[in-house]
Design a protein around this ligand. Structure first.
Ligand code: ADP
Ligand code: MG
Length: 391
């Protein structure tokens, strides 16, 4: 755990806001980043491989331990809205949607048997919400980091990640995989993370210095996608069962083709995506190591079209954005949709010199073609959870 020079943080509006609200000084800062998944989509719940990387955007919490069991929270994103609950009482969902993320983490930490006490907290974040950069995981991991540090629980970052995922699965009722929380908790500066979702083993993969990461959020409104998500998961599970493997991680193309006749067309296509995507993740690790843009382009393009035709989770707006950016890059970059699909964001890997051609092309073409305005985020690679005492 590092120490923050008092001057730097004390000068921030964030710090002053904490002092204004609570009339006392925060003791520490918990900081956890948002993320982008470079490749490996819908492989996590099939126990496969993913390759996310932490971003410079992060969610920070200034906090101070209280002598009682009250949790008081404010967020700079929701000025004037106070969230308050007693950790010694049963933790149930409250009226505030954002406040439920704090309750969710407290709920699972308590369920694990950890003794929690009260805190005064202030949240600040530059992770865009609902834009596919996983602001929810950044928040959960940041809260988990605070409990771990201040309640002296001695948890590993990976354990904090798993508890963050449980918070989202069991309290928020969003059945996400563990990728977002793992990269937010365990990301290493300057590196993407190859994560084996079966063993939770990780390997740091250096991002070449001249590689830029640009995320473009389509702002396409997602509607009624829960049943679609669930159906994809059922198709994958059903395909695995028919191949007599516990998850699609253990399947391969030979096995898939031997049982092809017993699978529905959708089961076949979903399994085909997952099996091919797992291999693309491993190949992308090598391509990043070799800084080989041509191979990255092929892999990311194959991933996108597999998500379009086999997994069927793209929409015209994200397909269109991929085309706009790929055309602008003229073969000098790699582009695909990223995240949960049915809208959301795309990710482009390119050289720093080519960033402007992406932003210009999106500005010139996207609204004209889709009547929507996209947000472009030029990213740098951040690092995972850090809790720092303020001295
Ligand atoms: P994503 O994770 O893709 O950004 P989600 O819908 O999963 O989108 O999570 C966004 C929700 O997380 C927000 O609606 C809000 O409830 C909560 N949240 C995220 N960041 C903050 C923040 N800085 N302060 C308060 N709540 C936040
Ligand atoms: Mg989320």
């Amino acid at each position: 755990m590092g120490k923050i020079m008092t001057k730097k943080i004390q000068d921030s509006i964030f710090y002053k806001t904490f002092v204004d609200i609570y009339a006392s000084y925060p003791a520490a800062l918990s900081n956890a980043p948002g993320r982008v998944n470079l490749i490996g989509e819908f492989t996590d719940y099939n126990n496969g491989f993913v390759l996310p990387c932490a971003l410079q955007y992060s969610t920070r919490i200034l906090f101070k331990k209280r002598s009682d069991t009250m949790i008081n929270v404010y967020s700079t994103h929701y000025p004037g809205e106070a969230e308050k609950f007693d950790v010694s009482q049963e933790i149930v969902p409250g009226d505030s949607q954002w406040g439920n993320y704090i309750r969710a983490v407290a709920f699972v930490f308590k369920r694990e048997g950890f003794l929690l006490h009260g805190f005064d907290m202030l949240i600040d974040s530059d992770v865009p919400q609902g834009s596919g950069l996983s602001s929810s995981a950044a928040l959960e991991v940041s809260v988990g980091g605070m409990f771990n540090y201040a309640c002296e629980l001695g948890l590993s970052p990976a354990k904090i990640a798993v508890l963050g995922q449980s918070a989202e699965n069991d309290f928020i009722d969003c059945q996400c995989g563990v990728m977002d929380q793992m990269i937010s908790a365990c990301g290493i500066k300057g590196h993407a993370m190859l994560l084996d979702c079966e063993s939770l083993e990780t390997r740091a993969v250096a991002i070449p210095d001249d590689l830029a990461i640009v995320i473009v959020n389509s702002n396409y409104p997602r509607r009624l996608v829960d049943s679609e998500y669930n159906q994809r998961r059922i198709d994958c599970e059903q395909a695995a069962r028919k191949m007599q493997v516990s998850t699609l991680r253990a399947a391969d193309m030979v096995k898939l083709n031997t049982v092809k006749d017993s699978l529905s067309l959708n089961e076949y296509k979903r399994a085909h995506h997952v099996i091919s995507e797992n291999q693309r993740v491993l190949d992308a690790v090598d391509a990043l190591k070799n800084n080989d843009m041509a191979v990255l382009r092929e892999l990311m393009s194959a991933s996108h079209y597999s998500l379009k035709y086999d997994f069927e989770v793209t929409v015209p707006a994200t397909d269109g954005l991929v085309k706009i950016c790929a055309t602008a890059l003229q073969g000098r970059g790699a582009v695909r949709m990223t995240g949960g699909g049915f809208g959301g964001a795309i990710v482009c890997l390119c050289r720093t010199d080519d960033i402007a051609s992406i932003t210009n092309a999106v500005e010139a073409e996207y609204e004209k073609q889709f009547n929507l305005v996209a947000n472009v985020y030029v990213c740098t690679v951040g690092e995972g959870l850090k809790v720092t005492e303020i001295v």
